[in-house]
Design a binder for this molecule. Structure first.
Ligand SMILES: [Zn+2]
Length: 157
């Protein structure tokens, strides 16, 4: 099995609906207690549990343990991490949240690293000799025009 990137593992943990994993894929027994559906903890067999849609974790309050999707598959099916990942990968499409598109998630946005963000690049511009000479010429012209103006003022009286 090829190694999965951390982004792919992140997707397996977060983009696969934990409730659907419990019910539709692992077929873990559930009970409705106080209008809440509880799944049977694979460790202690009790129903003092909950799933959290925000964190996409299943928790057993008696065992004080959170299971992400991969951990839940490992515990229920008694398989190792890589087998659990392969298992989830195989059933990935079945478990993707219906509210989300089935297309692969776009790559994480990285901060732009354009050359202009490097101050050394911007400060070195303009650096070619011709430009510097032009600037010097321009400065000389300005100074001489000032001198001319001053002479005109001085010669006025
Ligand atoms: Zn438990």
């Amino acid at each position: 099995m090829p190694r999965l990137s951390s982004q792919q593992l992140h997707s397996l943990r977060n983009d696969l609906n934990i409730d659907r994993l419990v019910i539709e894929l692992l077929h873990i027994p559930t009970q409705e207690i106080n209008a809440l559906r509880r799944f049977q903890c694979p460790l202690c067999g009790r129903f003092h549990t909950a799933t959290h849609p925000d964190t996409n974790l299943a928790r057993c309050f008696d065992c004080r343990k959170n299971f992400n999707t991969i951990e839940l598959v490992m515990v229920v099916r008694q398989i190792r991490f890589r087998e659990a990942v392969a298992y989830l990968k195989k059933h990935e499409r079945l478990l993707v949240n219906r509210s989300r598109p089935l297309e692969p998630q776009p790559a994480l946005h990285k901060p732009p690293s354009t050359p202009t963000s490097n101050p050394r690049v911007t400060s070195s511009y303009p650096s070619d000799a011709k430009t510097i000479r032009d600037q010097q010429n321009q400065a000389n012209t300005t100074v001489s025009s000032h001198l001319t103006a001053m002479k005109r003022i001085l010669n006025r009286d």
